[in-house]
Design a binder for this molecule. Sequence first.
Ligand SMILES: NC(=O)c1ccc[n+]([C@@H]2O[C@H](COP(=O)([O-])OP(=O)(O)OC[C@H]3O[C@@H](n4cnc5c(N)ncnc54)[C@H](OP(=O)(O)O)[C@@H]3O)[C@@H](O)[C@H]2O)c1
Length: 271
Amino acid sequence: MIAVTGATGNIGRPLVEILTAAGEAVTAISRNAAELPAGAVHVEADLSDPASLRPAFEGAERLLLLTPGTQFDLPAIVAAAKDAGAERVVLVSSQRVGSRPEEGLGAMEAAVTESGLEWTVLRPGGFASNAYLWAEQIRAERAVAAPFGDVGLPVVDPADIADVAAITLRERGHTGRRYTLTGPAPVSPREQTAAIAAALGEPIEFVEQTRDQALETLSRMWPAEVVEAILKVLGSPNEAERAVSPEIENLTGRPARSFADWARRNTAAFR
Ligand SMILES: NC(=O)c1ccc[n+]([C@@H]2O[C@H](COP(=O)([O-])OP(=O)(O)OC[C@H]3O[C@@H](n4cnc5c(N)ncnc54)[C@H](OP(=O)(O)O)[C@@H]3O)[C@@H](O)[C@H]2O)c1
């Protein structure tokens, strides 16, 4: 059996579908109840309360570990999984662990790499689904306000991360590996806006924000230090963050999905 945390999110939802379609028994874990494919059992548990996770992990020999934020006690979560009989863990980490070592995010990965479990680490770059942040403004005004309009990054489709997660959970040979996951080409916020407009079949105006305007907007959602870290990557990506990784194609045997593809599959959010 495979336990999936973050099971109702951008990665978790397609992952649970892939795993159940492949005939795997899945425990899907999140705080709120959700409709899931047949073959998946939903268990409500809170990642900030590792004791609540112990029964949720019961019987899971493999675990997809995804924690939304850095505030969670990963060693305690991994210990709960191990205690319940887990043998293998696949962690959704972040490209920034490698590309910005000065940020000291490595502890998250150490919780799995030093756990004694078989481990695989996925390091995705920025997600295509971050464009959901623009959904309300697109629906209301057919406009997007965002900073660094012409800085392109190879954003990754969460469906591709789910495909890679499924492969690394189901197949042998990925133990001790760290995979950097990106999309197939850099795409700027202005180009992402154009791709959503094309998918909708309607024009969307792109309004470039200053860095300070973006800081103010994003600080309504996240702590200042998180926003500063995000703006550094969006505004001044380093070589590693601009690079296209071949790992999705290597692992899945087909090219990574484009942002335009993500936009076409997600028009409902922007109508
Ligand atoms: N966005 C990016 O650009 C980016 C880049 C690199 C790495 N990442 C990493 O990717 C992950 C986010 O993945 P995602 O986009 O698939 O997530 P998401 O769509 O935000 O979904 C979060 C999932 O976690 C569950 N959840 C939230 N808080 C929880 C809690 N306290 N206890 C148990 N479950 C909880 C949510 O369900 P409930 O709310 O019902 O609990 C939901 O299923 C994070 O680890 C992030 O660091 C993101």
